[in-house]
Design a protein around this ligand. Sequence first.
Ligand code: ADP
Ligand code: TMP
Ligand code: ASP
Length: 240
Amino acid sequence: MERKELFHEGKAKRLYLTDDPHYLLMEFKDDITAFDGDKKSEFPRKGEFNNQTSAFLFNYLESYHIPTHFVQAVSDSAMLVRNLKMIPIEVVVRNIATGSLVKRYGVEDGMTLSYPIIELFLKDDSRHDPMINETHAYAFGHCTPEQMRTIVRIASKVNAVLKSFFDRRGLTLVDFKLEFGYGEGEIFLADEISGDSCRIWDKKTGKKLDKDRFRHDLGDIESSYEELMFRVLNKEHKPD
Ligand code: ADP
Ligand code: TMP
Ligand code: ASP
């Protein structure tokens, strides 16, 4: 598939048109941002790590009949995806209390939740992604109740599948953010599933292998993203 002009540039990825209007080329940048873009940096091979982690996980979810936008990896740092009409909602699923949940509700950091929490946020950096509920989504025309039921069903299934996947890799899936889009009358899981969009902790040591290392200046960002990729791909990781 031939790469055509730039269609959209976000904080961490570029989308290019291709010679088929149904597909886009998604290129992962080495840029890293936090706090709605207020904190910015970059590190070498970050795009490769996130592309390869995402490609593996989308492919894995497809094997569980979860519809995703992923078509195929086209290079170390790019993948071909379905061109979707994106729903501007971030769907967050949580298994362990941390991050904004702790700030909002005062629950204990690190507490295992007795039931997964699903939250919705409007994707709008300028307003710091305010929390919404389903009725905001219907009233603002972002999706129908039927589409929301599909989104919540897919989000719950992704959690069940990935939780046990990460567990078998010696990792804890703490929480993650999903984005959805529609095309050809169907809802697809889109965007990325990587250290940028998930919190993942080593089961034995508790080491964080995700963007919290950048958010909170914990160091070792590059080697942690690389370790996450190797452990997801189940390949041997030899840190320098
Ligand atoms: P942002 O700066 O918006 O957080 P990124 O740098 O991650 O985002 O850019 C990716 C953009 O592409 C996001 O706006 C995301 O909603 C959008 N997107 C993700 N998957 C698809 C897709 N399959 N089709 C169209 N747009 C997509
Ligand atoms: P939070 O605790 O900051 O609300 O984050 C919950 C999860 O969502 C965590 O895995 C990080 C992810 N996330 C994003 O992918 N993008 C965002 O803009 C935010 C705020 C969180
Ligand atoms: N995704 C947001 C950003 O890149 C916020 C975050 O992940 O902390 O700025």
